[in-house]
Ligand binder design. Structure first.
Ligand SMILES: [Zn+2]
Length: 123
């Protein structure tokens, strides 16, 4: 069970179908396919589902800015205004940088959640 969860999350990180791991998740840079090209699994099971990816995206962006701040605090002598200008810019760019990763992870998490109630299509 644990290996299956790790496998499914890894498929999401690789931007692949969480169900079969074969089909691509993204049609274009920011647009996903409706269904998997390999196994026909639906990626968005209900309207607005992808909204949850925003929370993953915010978490990743915040963590990147916080880690960057702590690292530059420890290893450089930047002033607070310099620090703020760097890391608020990074935090603002984060949602674009992490969009695909957050969508992949969220699609996998939704797939895991649904898998608790429905029979998984690949079993
Ligand atoms: Zn698939």
């Amino acid at each position: 069970m644990l290996f299956e969860i790790i496998d499914i999350l890894t498929r999401g990180i690789k931007l692949r179908c969480p169900c079969c791991g074969q089909g691509q998740l993204f049609k274009t840079m920011f647009k996903t396919f409706d269904r998997c090209s390999a196994c026909d699994e639906r990626f968005e099971r209900e309207p607005g589902q992808s909204f949850g990816a925003i929370y993953i995206n915010l978490g990743l962006s915040g963590a990147l800015a916080a880690m960057g701040y702590l690292i530059t605090c420890a290893f450089t002598s930047l002033t607070m205004p310099q620090q703020l200008s760097i890391w608020t810019s990074v935090a603002a760019l984060g949602p674009f940088i992490f969009f695909r990763l957050a969508m992949g992870l969220w699609t996998s998490i939704i797939f895991l959640g649904e898998g608790l109630y429905l029979q998984w299509p690949n079993q």
